[in-house]
Design a protein around this ligand. Sequence first.
Ligand SMILES: Cc1cc2nc3c(=O)[nH]c(=O)nc-3n(C[C@H](O)[C@H](O)[C@H](O)COP(=O)(O)OP(=O)(O)OC[C@H]3O[C@@H](n4cnc5c(N)ncnc54)[C@H](O)[C@@H]3O)c2cc1C
Ligand code: SF4
Length: 340
Amino acid sequence: MLRLPRFELRQPTSLGEAVTLLREEGAGAMVMAGGTDLLPNMKHELFTPRVVVSLGRVPELRGITRDPDGTLVVGAMARIAEIASSESVRKQAPALAQAAGLVAGPQLRRAGTIGGNVLLDTRCQYYNQSYFWRSALGFCLKKDGVVCHVVAGGSRCVAAASADCAPALMTLGAVLEIVGANGHRTVAIDEFWLGDGIVNRRLAVGEILVAIRIPPTPPGHRGAYGKLRERGSIDFPLLGVACRLDVGDGDRVEHGDLVLTALAARPKRIPQAASRLVSTRLGTEEFRAAIDELGALAHRQCHTLANVPGDQEWRREMIPVYVRRTLQAAAAGNGPVHHV
Ligand SMILES: Cc1cc2nc3c(=O)[nH]c(=O)nc-3n(C[C@H](O)[C@H](O)[C@H](O)COP(=O)(O)OP(=O)(O)OC[C@H]3O[C@@H](n4cnc5c(N)ncnc54)[C@H](O)[C@@H]3O)c2cc1C
Ligand code: SF4
């Protein structure tokens, strides 16, 4: 059995207190939300914080509310299960509700939060292992070592962004609200990522993600999430596909988006999705041709690596299949799409 290393637990009861504590403790402290990623990583000695600052008693981070302009404000401590079942999220952001519903299994969805999901550490099958396992291999660039076992001779870590909710939030144009010792800032989720598997997000030491703002979607908005995984019950994505279709008069697409994850350090948008989908009419041959073409484009633009488990060739061949199925599900107002 793997044991947690020793650490000091701090439980602030306000956002201000949490910010002060993190400023005082500096790089020796880590934030804990639901702990479903942090604690296993600590057991694997991937993180060894001296102090863990739990956000569980900070009321300012909870709940899902709506601003007068229709923006959904999802507190960083909103549980994944709460998001999956929220009527407001299902209506305004169906791709997010579907992605949340496919995160891990029921117990983890009740403990895990949306903030922790967005800030999930990148994953790699040579990294998410015990200290003993990693030491036998000689460690790697992301932690304690100097080589990469995925890209031979590689000088960059390509551990995979693996959070199911992140690509859905990208299709929704979400904005992150962050607070730290230097005050409050907002950042569009698209601008938040770095293409570096060691640390793939722009969050300074001591900063806290407070909330995620999801702008209003038009009445014809549809979205879906597709997830390839080995078991239907609990696995991380081997591939994640989020899509958006805003449909106007005569079932014509007015806005489209497609973002894939579990490939590289940051989720990947297919830039041609918008132009290829706009003006097509759902249910017609031109729409079917557009989604076939986007499947083929995604297949060309996305490369699977041995960073996450599963046969690489099989995962790559599943890209066009999942792109087509997820777009079809969104068009039909269905989803999610998942492999069982
Ligand atoms: C068996 C298993 C299966 C899983 N399957 C999936 C899956 O299929 N899909 C998936 O997406 N995830 C999966 N997860 C990962 C995890 O359960 C979820 O991503 C969850 O949403 C993480 O949220 P959390 O609140 O537990 O995060 P935590 O573990 O508490 O935190 C994760 C990281 O974010 C930081 N953090 C958290 N909240 C904040 C904040 N508000 N401000 C600043 N920093 C913060 C922490 O310091 C830590 O680095 C799985 C985990 C396990 C153990
Ligand atoms: S991709 Fe995997 S093996 Fe390579 S450096 Fe990153 S975590 Fe280590």
